[in-house]
Design a protein around this ligand. Structure first.
Ligand SMILES: Nc1ncnc2c1ncn2[C@@H]1O[C@H](COP(=O)(O)OP(=O)(O)OP(=O)(O)O)[C@@H](O)[C@H]1O
Length: 257
């Protein structure tokens, strides 16, 4: 296990009315790790991401990012603090080009652009050129550069996942929460996705990966956390998880995955 913890959740609970979607869940993610988060449908994985990323508030528990308590912080602050998340179903702006979709992700982070346009136009122009270069480089990384000027609506489901990964990379995150990146991705594109995640990880980015594709999880992750009914069921190496009776029971006994 990695020495330095970059993301840590303790006793996280989220209640929706009477239902605890996440119930006293803890996890810790080491620097440079690709941690798998699995569990049967309805186990609470996506809600866990919502809590970590700040799209919903906690009912109880604490979240620390690189040692800092971020439990009460809004999502955009967590993004600025180095943690990005992707969504199960990415929704790029369909009529904007891929490049424009990439640049919009960046503009959303910069609060003072309008004012700076008047006070420092040359600096802004240079920044914009640099951002465009960066966006094209990232589109290249995910094998989408040749489509940079096409509207996002032409993309397949798999290509949308790749665009989503490239888009969150615009913020230079230290930690990326990936929600089911393989769902709907064809086998050839899946290999591209796996290779890119490995490459980005090798450059020092930590990942948490929700995924039902166990082959992908086993290839990418050295450690897997298993959730069931909102709580931690088991954690270990992929081979340990695969033969753990409680995990097998949860998948067979639950609504299935
Ligand atoms: N906004 C909400 N309001 C009410 N209940 C919710 C809400 N979000 C999630 N839940 C419930 O919380 C539980 C956990 O859902 P969640 O989507 O987090 O599970 P999951 O492990 O991500 O499932 P899947 O693998 O199917 O995506 C489910 O029973 C779900 O119905």
């Amino acid at each position: 296990m990695a020495a330095e913890t970059v993301l840590e959740a303790q006793g996280l609970t989220k209640r929706f009315g009477g239902v605890a979607a996440v119930n006293g869940m803890s996890l810790s993610v080491g620097k440079g790790e690709i941690l798998g988060l699995i569990g049967p449908n309805g186990a609470g994985k996506t809600t866990m991401f919502d809590l970590l990323a700040g799209s919903v508030g906690v009912s109880a528990g604490t979240i620390r990012l690189m040692g800092r308590d971020i439990t009460g912080e809004p999502a955009h602050k967590r993004l600025a603090g180095g943690m990005a998340r992707t969504f199960q179903i990415p929704r790029p702006f369909p009529e904007l080009t891929l490049l424009e979709n990439m640049l919009i992700a960046r503009q959303a982070q910069t609060g003072e652009r309008l004012w700076a346009n008047f006070t420092a136009p040359r600096r802004i122009a240079a920044e914009e050129a640099a951002a465009k270069e960066k966006a094209l480089g990232l589109l290249d990384l995910v094998a989408l550069r040749r489509l940079a000027d096409e509207p996002a609506r032409v993309l397949s489901g798999g290509q949308r996942k790749l665009l989503e990964l490239a888009r969150v990379m615009m913020a230079d995150p230290k930690v990326i929460l990936l929600d089911e990146p393989a769902a709907g991705v064809n086998p050839a594109l899946l290999e591209v996705l796996i290779a890119r995640i490995q490459e980005i990880n090798a450059s020092g980015v930590t990942f948490v990966l929700i995924e039902h594709n166990i082959d992908m999880v086993s290839r990418l992750c050295s450690r897997i956390v298993v959730m069931a009914q909102g709580a931690l069921l088991f954690q270990g190496r992929p081979d340990e998880v695969a033969r753990e009776p409680r995990v097998i029971e949860a998948y067979l006994g639950g609504s299935g995955a």
